[in-house]
Ligand binder design. Structure first.
Ligand SMILES: C[S@@+](CC[C@H](N)C(=O)[O-])C[C@H]1O[C@@H](n2cnc3c(N)ncnc32)[C@H](O)[C@@H]1O
Length: 282
C-alpha cells in the first residue's frame, strides 16, 4: 500500500463520497438482479480449489457463488454496510469468506496472492482505472486470471444514462474515466497499458425481468445510490427535471423491452466480460 502525499486513498472526502454513494438506497435490491451473472461466470471459471479474490464484492454475489463452488475466497469492498449484508448472506449460505473493508486502489494483499481475481461491476466504477487494474493484476499470480464485468453502451443502463445526461451533462465528463472502457477490448487495453498482461473481452447480454417499465424505473430510483445522487443534483437545478427523466427513460426503454414469459416485461443490458491474464514480470 502506498502512502504518497497525493495518494487518493488518503483523501477522506473521496472515501466518504464513495461509501455513501454505494451505501445509500438499497444496493441489495439491485445486486439481486445481477446475481445470475455471478453464478454463470463462476461456473464457467471453474474455481473449485483455487484462491479467489472478489474485488468490490458489494453484497457478496460473486464471493458467495465462488465459495459455494469450492473456492477459498477473500472479498473486499469500501462500503461497510454492504459488507455486513454480504457477511449475513454468506452465513445464510453456510460458506466461509474472509471479508475485508478495502480500497481497490490499495489492496491489502501481498503480490501473487490469488489464482483468480474477479470483479463483477466493481472495478469499472473505480475512479482511477489504471491504478485499479494494476492492483488487481499485482495480487493475482502469474498466469492467473483477472476477470471483470462492465455494462456496455446498449441496454437499460446506457439508455437511462443517456437521458440523465441531458439534464446533468457532467455524468458524461470527457475528462473523467469512462466506465464503459472496461466493456470493450480497446478500452480494456487502454486501462491495462504498461502491464504485462494479455486481454480478451467477450460481449454478452442479460435480460432483467420487471412487473412493468414504470416499476423498473421505481426500483432504480429508490434502490440505487448513484440514481439517488443524480436525482438530487437534477432537482436542485430544476424541480421538474426528474419527472422529465422518468418519462423519457421509460419511453427510451419501450423499444428495447420484450414481454416476460409469465407476464411483466424484460429489459436487456449489454455487458463485457474482460479476462486479463497476467504474464510475467508485472
Ligand atoms: C455496482 S456495485 C457491484 C457489487 C458486486 N460486485 C456485484 O456484482 O453486485 C459496485 C461496488 O463497488 C464498490 N466500490 C466502488 N469504489 C470502490 C473502491 N474504490 N474500492 C472498493 N470498492 C469500491 C462499491 O462499494 C460497490 O459495492
Amino acid at each position: 500500500m502506498t502512502d504518497l502525499p497525493d495518494d487518493p486513498t488518503l483523501d477522506p472526502e473521496r472515501h466518504t463520497r464513495i461509501v455513501s454513494l454505494w451505501s445509500d438506497g438499497s444496493y441489495e435490491d439491485i445486486g439481486a438482479l445481477f446475481e445470475p451473472i455471478s453464478r454463470e461466470l463462476v461456473a464457467e471459471l471453474d474455481l473449485a480449489g483455487l484462491r479467489v479474490l472478489d474485488a468490490a464484492t458489494g453484497t457478496g454475489n460473486t464471493a458467495i457463488a465462488a465459495a459455494s463452488a469450492g473456492a477459498t475466497v477473500d472479498a473486499c469492498d469500501l462500503a461497510p454496510r454492504l459488507l455486513d449484508v454480504a457477511r449475513d448472506r454468506a452465513a445464510a449460505a453456510s460458506v466461509d469468506i474472509a471479508f475485508v473493508e478495502a480500497d481497490l486502489l490499495a489492496l491489502p494483499y501481498e503480490d501473487d496472492s490469488f489464482d483468480a481475481v474477479v470483479s463483477t461491476f466493481g472495478a469499472f466504477t473505480v475512479d482511477d482505472p489504471a491504478r485499479c487494474a494494476r492492483e488487481l493484476v499485482r495480487v493475482c499470480r502469474p498466469d492467473g486470471r483477472v476477470v471483470t464485468t462492465a455494462w456496455g453502451d446498449r441496454g437499460v443502463f446506457a439508455t437511462s444514462l443517456e437521458v440523465i445526461a441531458r439534464e446533468l451533462p457532467e455524468v458524461d465528463d470527457p475528462q473523467g474515466p469512462d466506465p464503459r472502457d472496461w466493456a470493450d477490448l480497446d478500452g480494456v487495453r487502454d486501462v491495462v497499458a504498461g502491464l504485462d498482461v494479455e486481454v480478451r473481452v467477450e460481449q454478452r447480454t442479460i435480460w432483467f425481468r420487471f412487473p412493468s417499465l414504470p416499476a423498473a424505473f421505481d426500483l432504480f430510483e429508490v434502490a440505487s445510490g448513484p440514481y439517488l445522487r443524480m436525482r438530487a443534483a437534477i432537482e436542485e437545478r430544476d424541480p421538474q427535471g426528474w419527472n422529465r427523466v422518468r418519462r423519457d427513460v421509460i419511453a427510451g426503454w419501450e423499444p428495447l423491452a420484450r414481454s416476460g414469459v409469465d407476464g411483466g416485461v424484460e429489459l436487456p443490458a449489454d455487458y463485457g466480460v474482460a479476462t486479463i491474464v497476467r504474464t510475467s514480470g508485472t
